[in-house]
Design a binder for this molecule. Sequence first.
Ligand code: CIR
Length: 253
Amino acid sequence: MFKKAIVRTPGRSMVSGLTRANLGTPDYQKALEQHRLYILALETCGLEVLVLDADEAYPDSTFIEDTSLLTPHCAIITCPGAPSRAGETAGMRPLLGRFYAMIEEIKKPGTLEGGDVMQVGQHFYIGLSERTNLAGAEQLIAILERYGMTGSTVPVKGFLHLKTGVTCVAEKALLAAGAFISRPEFSEFMILAVATGEERAANCIRINDRILMPAGFPKVRELLTAEGAQIIEVDISEYAKLDGGLTCLSLRF
Ligand code: CIR
């Protein structure tokens, strides 16, 4: 059960954020409005939302999920693999110290971004991607085990992060796109397969009894509705232009 979320307002510098999507430059005013509605959606799910000020020095800092992993037992500050994002973790320790007694850290040469970590109960799937390396994943698994949790790795190909292509939408169900539909690591789950063309909708967030999904993906909406999910659609078109999805925009705990 999540109770709180932390988000960071995008700065004007977001227009020069990292991207490999070919969707154009984000409209800052529109992004701000979408951010407001995203916060409202989190609040509708019953979360108390802490909104951090924009940090113009880091164009991608609104994608706060990548800077930390918040578990039921400890907070873990990550070590982003994108050089331009490395400094984003600097202020996380005092911030997370307000909520967590135990704070751990991933250290170089390990790299790890929160978008590569998918929690299913006490287990954490860790994507090995262009941003998260094996050293980072091994450090994370060692930390998790110290607190009675577990972790395992999954290769990521064709997506920025693990959760760009697969997210947990129910206790035993994953919403998966592309190669994640048939990964052996996920064979114990019921797989809701995202249709070709709707891959960007694989990044949904299950919060308590609801699912937040990006607006504009009717097939995925139908798939989730058939499973009885209570859906809230959120338009994040301006963040998609920077390869961002719904999960990236918050830390939930
Ligand atoms: C980046 O490339 O780092 C940002 N433009 C997007 C980060 C998206 N984060 C996520 O999927 N967790």
